[in-house]
Design a protein around this ligand. Structure first.
Ligand SMILES: [Fe+2]
Length: 624
């Protein structure tokens, strides 16, 4: 009996083991397949790059050995060695897109090289913007070219908009087209949309995120605006963070006002960096906990001068883990450049010169594990070099990006070849639906009350919103968010945006859906008609008259023109809205962030009106 029992138990156990191992192998096969699918693109790109790279490296050694001639020689200059933090006289030999030699010697034969005498001039590494949102009305190429004319030759870019606009395959081939641009363009892999989407899982699945993380042009995870979910136990986010770290890619946080405990928890969970410190003490706390710390100088939060004053007053001695960021400023903020402005502020505030330049170059490259490529003037590095008239003026006289002149003796050089946007379907939106007065029914009792440009509180709507025109003596206006494909709408009211404006409509928004704000339903319809004809953009109408229009021909969110034109349009728009009663700093940010759930307290999103803290839909979207 006992033997029979033992035999049955053994049989049972062996079946269990078999079942387990079958499951184990099935799981393994599943993950292998998924890994193959998500990394295939990255591996292929890597392979191509590696073969070409070997040949280039051999050529560079041949130049250093004087078997081949450099393409450019910057002779007799004084350069900042960012490793020793010292200024040194040297001749810099460049071959194609790389620096191949930095030292006392000049090649015997240099008949084919362009020789630039840098006597009395200073050479510093091309500047790096480590946290760019390259879609704030400008497009990434426009920002890159504009920045390069002021010495910012590397942008590390948000990928959020590509998530909404492009399939991965298209997006990755666009990233590769950007690889050929003289400005170094790197990208992030977002883990969340910083809003509530109709179908979030379509955009942020594990396959999708891992495919991005594995791409060689993608060098960080985040920025992580969904960190509250991570703290609440979202293990999928934690898995993505671990994958990013496993690939040697840091994860950027987004931690405004975080306490020491929260910073500690997020450090434990793998967040590498943060750029949201609003005081010197907060910045130092981040440094002490081992965060790479970005000091922000953006149009909406130009905190850098105060941060530096306070950090210096606290006696901070080393800035090796500090960088700057302009965090996606609106266009006219960049009138006089990007990172050069931050360096200038740091120098004025008393940061040692070498550190001020390092914060916009070497430190950022080191954080991303790219110091062998970027961020310094040394052999093998990409030839991003700024030539300065004086050590303490970071605005360059001349700029080299990947060995190409972007600026020479203060003269802009011909803009580099344009990205073929039409190949990616980045073109005017063809709206194939109509908006009517039927859509303009406002019955929701709760509206959005602007506390400042971006903080919004709920309020009980007291104005009669059934009227066609809302009265001037109250500061509430109609607010609608409508699906860019016309499938759904969310209608409510907004307080504090305008006292009297008929209508503004914008396809520039968090998700590319349409934002309507105004006092008059007829002006809103009129603005829609014009927006539709433009294929996207921003249109302002008052009493039946179009007062302003900004065509955004690139997918309804990006401008296809010069930075100067864009800055002029942007300033006009902001002043116009002020005339109509907008009393905060930046109406564009207000429009952009109406759906942004990383900001308090209430938002209008694809799903409806959302209580941000509770993550609750207060009033759902209406299907059309
Ligand atoms: Fe940011």
């Amino acid at each position: 009996m006992a033997a029979a029992y033992r035999a049955a138990a053994l049989r049972n156990l062996s079946q269990k083991v078999q079942r387990k191992s079958l499951k184990h192998y099935r799981m393994k096969a599943h993950y292998m397949l998924r890994w193959k699918k998500t990394t295939y693109w990255g591996v292929e790109v890597m392979k191509d790059r590696m073969l070409g790279r070997n040949r280039e490296l051999r050529e560079q050694v041949a130049v250093a050995d004087e078997l081949e001639e450099p393409t450019i020689i910057l002779k007799n200059g004084t350069y900042l060695n960012t490793f020793t933090k010292q200024w040194r006289r040297a001749n810099v030999w460049i071959f194609k897109d790389r620096i191949v030699y930095v030292g006392d010697e000049l090649p015997e034969n240099s008949s084919s090289a362009e020789i630039v005498d840098c006597e009395g001039l200073y050479l510093v590494p091309g500047y790096i913007e480590p946290h760019a949102h390259p879609f704030q009305l400008y497009n990434p190429e426009l920002l890159a070219v504009h920045g390069a004319e002021f010495g910012t030759t590397t942008l590390i870019n948000d990928n959020l908009v590509w998530n909404f606009l492009l399939e991965n395959e298209k997006a990755f081939s666009l990233l590769e087209e950007f690889d050929r641009h003289p400005v170094s363009m790197y990208w992030w892999a977002r883990f969340d949309a910083q809003t509530v989407l109709k179908d979030e899982s379509d955009f942020f699945s594990t396959d999708h995120v891992l495919a991005w993380l594995n791409h060689p042009s993608v060098i960080q995870g985040g920025e992580l605006t969904a960190w509250p979910s991570l703290l609440k136990g979202d293990d999928r986010l934690l898995y993505w963070i671990q994958e990013a770290k496993r690939l040697g890619k840091p994860v950027e946080g987004h931690l405004p006002g975080a306490s020491e405990k929260t910073l500690t928890r997020l450090k434990l969970l793998g967040v590498s960096a943060d750029h949201e410190a609003m005081t010197g003490k907060e910045a130092i706390k981040r440094l002490e906990l081992g965060y790479q710390t970005g000091l922000r100088y953006s149009s909406i939060r130009p905190d850098l001068p105060v941060l530096l004053e306070e950090m210096l007053a606290e006696g901070l001695q080393t800035f090796d883990h500090v960088t700057f960021t302009t965090d996606g400023a609106t266009p006219s903020f960049y009138k006089d450049g990007i990172m050069n402005i931050c360096i200038e502020i740091a120098i004025k505030k008393g940061v040692p010169l070498a550190d001020a330049y390092r914060m916009a170059s070497h430190n950022a490259a080191a954080h991303y594990g790219l110091l062998d490529e970027l961020g310094c003037i040394a052999p093998g590095r990409v030839a991003h070099i700024n030539i300065l008239e004086t050590k303490d003026n970071p605005r360059p006289v001349s700029v080299l990006a990947k060995g190409e002149w972007m600026l020479k003796n203060y003269k802009e050089q011909a803009a580099p070849k344009k990205i073929a946007w039409e190949n990616y379907g980045i073109e005017p939106i063809a709206f194939d639906w109509e908006l009517t007065l039927e859509d303009m029914q406002f019955s929701v009792p709760i509206g959005l009350n602007l506390v400042n440009d971006v903080i919004i509180q709920p309020y009980a709507i007291k104005t009669d919103v059934t009227l066609d025109v809302l009265p001037d003596n109250r500061d509430d206006a109609f607010l609608m968010l409508i699906d860019r494909k016309g499938k759904w709408r969310v209608n409510t009211a907004i307080k504090g945006f305008t006292q009297k404006l008929g209508a503004v409509v914008s396809s520039f928004s968090t998700t590319g859906d349409l934002v309507f704000i105004g006092k008059s339903k007829h002006d809103m319809l009129h603005a829609w008609k014009r927006l539709k004809a433009l294929g996207g953009g921003i249109v302002v109408v008052h009493e039946g008259e179009i007062l302003f229009e900004l065509p955004l021909k690139m997918a309804g969110s990006m401008f296809d023109g010069t930075m100067e034109e864009l800055m002029e349009k942007e300033s006009y728009f902001k002043n116009l809205l002020k005339e109509f009663g907008y009393s905060f700093g930046d109406a564009l940010y207000t429009i952009l962030f109406l759906s942004a759930t990383h900001l308090p307290y209430i938002r209008i999103t694809q799903q409806g009106i959302i209580d941000v803290k509770k993550r609750e839909v207060l009033f759902p979207a209406t299907m059309r």
